[in-house]
Design a protein around this ligand. Structure first.
Ligand code: ATP
Length: 246
């Protein structure tokens, strides 16, 4: 579960995120859409505990991110839009490095890390590349490795910034199915995207942010009501909701 209360971020005079309040229950995929510069990445960085808010709060599975960041972050898998990845490591070494960051390996039985890492690499079609240097990977392979690493500690909350950029159609299909399966198992997913078709396909609810403010949120049917547009698809709703105050 993710609880965001009156979240605000100011960069100097600019209010990038203003008075954002959201509650995303277990097992929900929440899509976060908005024009360029609307405040999506700023919001995601605050939810993931990478950026301190100017005011307001974030709680992950009931744990306050500001008061108890280490424990709150244990529950989060974070997939950034521009991931930093150590290219001189192999895929398996990168997963080991990630597991050590989460203090996972110390708590595991012998062989458990390898089994878990291989299962993730297999899920993302990277098992044959486990011992290859990441610098030899394509962009899509690196994206898939980042996803495998983010899921390694079996987080209850997944925070994803633009998950599908650079992935081919079969990888997009696989990632969409993975998000749906994770949510069905109770994982809470917060996902920002510009790919409205993907948001329409997988998200239970969608929030629209514009100039730092949440201007609409709900199911597609609820967004249609808010926009007074019964027959609109998400792209048309996005235009209707964001254009009048542009
Ligand atoms: P995009 O869809 O283009 O990735 P976004 O919705 O993710 O955009 P943010 O990156 O959150 O938007 O940016 C929101 C606003 O805050 C923008 O006006 C941006 O220029 C500004 N901003 C973001 N990071 C900083 C920073 N470190 N310092 C100053 N201003 C920033």
């Amino acid at each position: 579960m993710i609880e965001v209360r009156e979240l605000k971020k100011k960069y100097g005079e600019l209010t990038a995120v203003d008075s954002l309040t959201l509650e995303i229950p277990n097992g929900e995929i929440f899509g976060f859409i908005g024009p360029n510069g609307a405040g999506k990445t700023t919001t995601i960085s605050m939810i993931a505990g990478l950026l301190a808010p100017t005011s307001g709060s974030v709680a992950i599975c009931g744990v306050d991110m500001l008061k108890n960041p280490t424990y709150a972050k244990q529950h989060i898998g974070y997939i950034p839009d521009r991931p930093y990845i150590y290219e001189k490591l192999t895929a398996m070494e990168f997963l080991k490095f990630t597991a050590d960051l989460f203090s996972m390996t110390a708590k595991m039985a012998k062989g458990e890390f390898k089994d878990r890492a291989e299962a993730q690499l297999k899920k993302f079609s990277l098992l044959d590349w486990a011992d290859e240097l990441i610098e030899s990977f394509s962009h899509g392979m690196k994206q898939r490795l980042i996803m495998a690493a983010a899921l390694l500690h079996e987080p209850k909350v997944l925070v994803v910034d633009e998950p599908m950029v650079g992935l081919d159609p079969s990888a997009i299909k696989m990632v969409k199915q993975m998000l749906v399966d994770l949510a069905a198992d109770g994982t809470t997913i917060f996902m920002s995207t510009h790919t409205l078709k993907i948001a329409e396909d997988v998200c239970h609810r969608i929030g629209v942010i514009h100039k730092g403010r949440l201007i609409a949120s709900g199911t597609i049917d609820e967004l249609k009501q808010q926009a007074n547009a019964d027959n609109a698809d998400l792209e048309q709703l996005f235009m209707i909701l964001t254009e009048p105050i542009a």
